[in-house]
Structure formats: structure tokens, C-alpha cells
Design a protein around this ligand. Structure first.
Ligand code: AMP
Length: 294
């Protein structure tokens, strides 16, 4: 497995792969890899002839006061896991390779990719400028690694839809594949930030997924009473210790607009804080056959 630090090295390898007619799968990560990330790598390994994984804690997606400095970084362990998964190459650049002016001078980075509307609500409301940081950095990584196919987790459902939309709107020649959320045995979605949870918070954390599942069952049974089921779900989360609950909503699976009725493919999305840690999760929910548009 090659470990690349420089953009020029990635370009040279990419040229070699292109000439060899390889189908290149790219997985973008911020490292601190867990089985959720590795599910993306495994799917890439099955579907692409070459697999490149990036490990880069992207400074421009952290809004002010967030955990950029303290975000977990375990590069040696990450490289070992990726080698075990038969990954072909890892691009793990220093910040200055992508942002030459350095972290302190990010204001002097002038070009941004912004996806409208889809980024304005949910996590976009709680973390202003977050998605612009994601789409700008993802675009840079796409320009450098030139994926034929790329893999994103359903864990970050809003991000997945934002990336799909960006790729479509900008005519990027990249297939975007999604991978289902990998969970702990008790239902908690794997996340690098779960490492921040205290033992007490860790016991409460699976309540988010349970609340989503319970709300999904209630809404499936009675698709016209969405608001009440969501209000109950928010109360359950608050009672469990989530403070604040940022949102618990039923949204259209494509447009991410809130739904008052389950009459199309939808997603139940939830987010809230346990102490200093913000958790997010989501589940798919389909309308009963009688409610689906014909
Ligand atoms: P991150 O390192 O958090 O930026 O995540 C990198 C990629 O891994 C994103 O596409 C995430 O959606 C995906 N991912 C993170 N956690 C999970 C999980 N538990 N299951 C599936 N995919 C995940």
C-alpha cells in the first residue's frame, strides 16, 4: 500500500492507473477509522479495481469553536487497518498541501463550492458554513484523486445528498455510491466522535437510534400523525439526557424538506448533544403502499 503525502504523487499514480484502464474507487475520510469507514473501503474493494482512501482532518468544515484541534488522529492504526483491507493507496497530506497558507490563514482561501437549499436546514442550521467546508474540500479531493466511483456513508445522510447534488449539478464524472450505517450491537451508529463520550453518556447514546426506530414505527402505523410522533421522540430524547435536541424530523429522502405526512420515501433524522458531544443518526422510512404517490 502506498502512502502519499503530496498532490503530485497522487497525480502520478492516478495517471498510471488511467493508462492501465483501472476503475478507481475513492473513499474520503477524516481518519480515526472504525468499521463504518471500513465498510466503505470493503465496498470499494469489491466494486473497483483500485482503491484509494484519503485521511485528512479538513480544517474548513469545522466551524469556530468546534473540535478541529482535538479531533482524534490515529494515523498509524489507520494505515494498518487500510493495509489489512488491501487498500492500494492512501492520500494523507499535511494541511499545508491543500491549504498552503495554513490553518491560521484560511480566510485567504478564496474559492468555495456551496450547494444551496439542501445545506440550509438540519446540520447546516446548527453548523453554519460546515457544508460549504465539506463541499469545497471534497471537490478539491475529487480534482486530485479523480474517482470513477466514490463511497459515502448513509450515517451522514444530509452530507450524502449534498454530495450527490453537487456531483450532478457540476457534471462531475463520478458515480456516488452510498453505504448503510454500521452500528454497535446496541444500535449506536459508529462515529469517530463516540470516543468523546463518558461511560455514562455512552450508555445513553443508543437512545438516539431507539427513538428514531420507535418514531419510525409510530409514523408507519399512523402516517397522518407525524408531528405528534416526532414531539414524543424529542421528549424521549430530552428525558434520556440529550440537551439540547437539535432536531428530530421526517424529511423527504431526496429534497430533505420536512414532511407532515409519510407519503413518499423519507428519512427520519435526529441530532442532539450528550454533554460536549453531538450525535447524529437517521433511518429510512417508506410510506405504506396506500400512501405512496401512484
Ligand atoms: P468521516 O471520517 O466522519 O468524515 O467519515 C468518512 C465517511 O465514512 C463518510 O462518508 C461517512 O458517512 C462514513 N461513515 C462514518 N461513520 C459511518 C458508519 N457508522 N457507517 C457507515 N459509514 C460511516
Amino acid at each position: 500500500m502506498e502512502v502519499l503525502r503530496r498532490i503530485a504523487e497522487v497525480r502520478a499514480l492516478r495517471d498510471e492507473w488511467r493508462h492501465g484502464g483501472e476503475r478507481v474507487g475513492v473513499v474520503l475520510t477524516m481518519g480515526a477509522l472504525h468499521d463504518g469507514h471500513l465498510a466503505l473501503v470493503d465496498q470499494a474493494r469489491r466494486e473497483a479495481s483500485r482503491v484509494l482512501v484519503t485521511v485528512f482532518v479538513n480544517p474548513i468544515q469545522f466551524t469556530s469553536g468546534e473540535d478541529f484541534e482535538t479531533y482524534p488522529r490515529h494515523e498509524d492504526a489507520d494505515l494498518r487497518l487500510l493495509a489489512e483491507r488491501k487498500c492500494d493507496a492512501v492520500f494523507a497530506p499535511p494541511v499545508a498541501e491543500l491549504f498552503p497558507a495554513g490553518r491560521a490563514e484560511l480566510d485567504s482561501f478564496l474559492t468555495h463550492v456551496r450547494v444551496g437549499r439542501l445545506t440550509e436546514r438540519l446540520c447546516g442550521q446548527v453548523r453554519p458554513s460546515h457544508f460549504e467546508g465539506v463541499t469545497t474540500e471534497v471537490t478539491k479531493h475529487f480534482m486530485i484523486t479523480e474517482p470513477d466511483v466514490t463511497y459515502f456513508g448513509e450515517k451522514d445522510y444530509q452530507q450524502l445528498q449534498v454530495i450527490r447534488r453537487m456531483v450532478a449539478d457540476l457534471n462531475m464524472r463520478i458515480v456516488v455510491e452510498s453505504v448503510p450505517t454500521v452500528r454497535e450491537d446496541d444500535g449506536l451508529a459508529l462515529s469517530s466522535r463516540n470516543a468523546y463520550l463518558s461511560a455514562a453518556e455512552r450508555t445513553i447514546a443508543p437512545e438516539l437510534y431507539r427513538a428514531l426506530c420507535r418514531a419510525a414505527t409510530a409514523i408507519s402505523r399512523s402516517p397522518d400523525t407525524v408531528a405528534r410522533s416526532l414531539e414524543t421522540g424529542r421528549d424521549v430524547l430530552r428525558d434520556a439526557g440529550f440537551e439540547p435536541v437539535d432536531y428530530l424530523e421526517l424529511i423527504d429522502a431526496q429534497t430533505l424538506e420536512p414532511l407532515a405526512k409519510l407519503d413518499r420515501s423519507a428519512r427520519l433524522v435526529g441530532s442532539g448533544w450528550l454533554g460536549a458531544t453531538r450525535l447524529t443518526d437517521n433511518v429510512a422510512i417508506e410510506p405504506p403502499p396506500t400512501m405512496a404517490p401512484s
